[in-house]
Design a protein around this ligand. Structure first.
Ligand code: CO
Length: 217
């Protein structure tokens, strides 16, 4: 763990040297551009670094992280990342990755106020409300929190498919799958939640958008 700010530059020097020892062309190759096949939407939690836990390298994964890996339809940052990833980089997979013990999800399960972040976490309360019958039936709080983590990922996958960005990609015949996975900090294992979608057939009618854009005069 870095003890002071300057430690990160020491760490960087060692990392650069290590990479060059493995592959002298590493940085030269990356400097020419990126074509990652995956967009990762994960939690900001310091224990869930996308590249490291997936054994991938720089250039492999386009990453967006926020508290509790949320897909919120007014979040310009998330939408910009998604649009760029789908339409410019042409990723083939969008992954929402949650993690057990997520502080954001656990905070959303309670009634305590935390300040500004409550507005962000409220979206997780909405997930709880949608699945309250299943969740209220789980008496053990840790188990209930873990299940909410999973259901939250599932709803964020669903929220991605509601966007015009994803729906237009499908409408244009692009191969694009949206996946939901959960990371277990306690053992390092990634679990596929088996909620993968690759077309709009599971989308409720009210969310389906007409592919043809009409000009509104
Ligand atoms: Co988290």
């Amino acid at each position: 763990m870095p003890k002071s700010y300057s430690d990160i530059f020491e760490g960087n020097k060692k990392w650069v040297q290590g990479k060059l020892n493995q592959d002298p062309d590493f940085f030269n190759r990356l400097s020419k551009g990126q074509k990652p096949p995956i967009l990762w939407i994960g939690c900001s939690d310091s224990r869930v670094p996308a590249n490291e836990i997936t054994g991938t390298d720089p250039g492999d994964v386009f990453v967006h992280r926020n508290i509790a890996n949320m897909v919120i339809h007014t979040d310009m940052s998330m939408l910009s990342v998604l649009d760029y990833a789908v339409n410019v980089l042409e990723v083939r997979h969008v992954i929402v990755c949650g993690h057990y013990g997520c502080g954001g999800v656990l905070a959303a399960m309670g009634q305590k106020q935390f300040g500004l972040i409550d507005n962000w976490l409220r979206h997780i309360k909405d997930v709880y409300r949608i699945h309250h019958e299943e969740l209220d039936a789980i008496k053990d709080e840790t188990t209930r929190g873990n299940r909410l983590v999973e259901l939250n990922v599932q709803e964020q996958v669903f929220d991605l498919t509601k966007t015009s960005i994803i729906q237009n990609a499908w409408d244009n015949g692009k191969f694009l799958q949206v996946h939901g996975i959960v990371y277990d900090i306690a053992n390092g294992i990634l679990k596929d939640l088996d909620v993968t979608v690759g077309d709009n057939s599971e989308l409720e009618g009210v969310y389906k958008l007409n592919g043809k854009r009409k000009v509104i005069a």
